[in-house]
Write a protein that binds this ligand. Structure first.
Ligand code: SOE
Length: 368
């Protein structure tokens, strides 16, 4: 048996800001949610036209202002470099649009808090794509932890490892703090890791001790780089559970290896996003690999299972489910687990704690 993700009741008219990899993923998801893909704005009218053609949108807007002035657009997807997120999200909310804004939501928690408050004040849906929450087996892990199957939480162990910046000359706008913000590896992928840990554990990281390294200060087109290539941290959660997390963009052989493992008094549970159709349930007597079979999953995991057991699902499916739920929220539905701007702010606060801790070489309390 399969069920459908929350289906939007009314066709959304979507606008996109940016034209790179993430805009491609967002536009595919919007199309799957039966949106009308109105157009794109970018850093120039020419780039907007090129993005519109590449993504199959109706039009390229001359500017963000022109896109926001289109009364037909209900929802704006912000898929631009990090330092622009908060300003663009603020402008879209002020124009009365619902917003889906890429992470990190902002490069400072003050900016993130301001747009959280603005979205609330205007009554607009404002979501952040912490999409790994939308893998059915991540939901299954969360449901089993919440049901007490793993017992009292003792420890967490997680990693998010990539290698696309592993060679000295690998380069990207994200390495530049003026464009990507003061944190790179943690803001870019560590934010997903801590979001998923807290989402599945159902509790928060209250303090942490982090060490970070910038392995390459000079790359193909950037020099004097200050943003971190990798971060290792020790964390303490609400319940007193402790854990270790490793975030690296210089881990050869790892493409997008986001893994979390929670160990409780009764069982351990492990989710690996590169093998998203299974969940490892560890028990002292006998461990098991649970396959994604919607007929046997918790209701929330079954809801997100688009195809029957044995038919693999992946990243774009998770993204599609996220956008479908965000659009359903615009229709007044309250989908369980939709990551909103408050969750984006939470990740920014954790990022700031990581930066402060690695600078001070000491434990830091995470702002609530
Ligand atoms: C690059 O590190 C990246 O595309 C991130 O920006 C995404 O958030 C992550 O989902 C995959 O990797």
């Amino acid at each position: 048996m399969t069920t459908d993700v929350t289906a939007p009741t009314r066709t959304k008219r979507a606008g996109f800001v940016g034209g790179g990899f993430m805009a491609t993923v967002h536009s595919r998801a919007a199309r799957a949610a039966r949106a009308e893909l109105v157009g794109a704005a970018s850093s120039s009218p020419e780039r907007a036209t090129a993005a519109a053609e590449r993504l199959g949108l109706e039009t390229g807007f001359d500017s963000l202002e022109a896109l926001l002035a289109d009364p037909g657009i209900d929802v704006v997807h912000i898929c631009t470099p990090n330092a622009t997120h908060a300003g663009f999200a603020r402008a879209a909310l002020e124009a009365g649009k619902h917003v889906i804004c890429e992470k990190p939501l902002a490069t400072t928690s003050a900016d993130a808090a301001e747009i959280v408050a603005l979205a609330e004040e205007r009554g607009l849906v404002a979501a952040v794509p912490f999409v790994y929450r939308f893998h059915p087996m991540a939901r299954e892990a969360r449901a089993r932890v919440a049901a007490g199957e793993t017992g009292r939480l003792l420890s967490v162990n997680g990693a998010y490892l990539q290698d696309w910046l592993a060679a000295p000359n690998d380069d990207d706008w994200r390495v530049d703090s003026a464009v990507g913000g003061p944190s790179r590896a943690f803001a870019d992928i560590g934010s997903h890791l801590v979001d998923l840990v807290e989402f599945v554990a159902g509790e928060r990281i209250v303090r942490l001790n982090a060490a970070s390294r910038t392995v390459y200060t000079d790359r193909a087109t950037h020099s004097g780089i200050e943003t971190e290539d990798l971060v290792a941290l020790v964390v303490e959660l609400d319940s007193g559970a402790i854990g270790t997390l490793l975030v690296s963009q210089v881990a050869p052989g790892h493409k997008n290896a986001l893994t979390i493992e929670l160990a409780g008094t009764e069982a351990s549970i492990r989710f690996e996003q590169e093998r998203p159709d299974t969940l490892w349930l560890g028990r002292t007597e006998a461990s098991a690999l649970i396959e994604r079979d919607p007929a046997r999953l918790s209701p929330d995991a079954a809801r997100l299972s688009l195809v029957p057991a044995g038919h693999p699902m992946g990243y774009q499916d998770a993204f599609n489910a996220f956008v479908a739920d965000a659009y359903a929220a615009i229709d007044g539905v309250v989908p369980d687990g939709l990551p909103r701007f408050a969750d984006g702010l939470r990740a920014v606060r954790l990022t700031e704690a990581v930066l402060a801790s690695s600078e001070r070489r000491d434990w830091v309390e995470v702002a609530a």
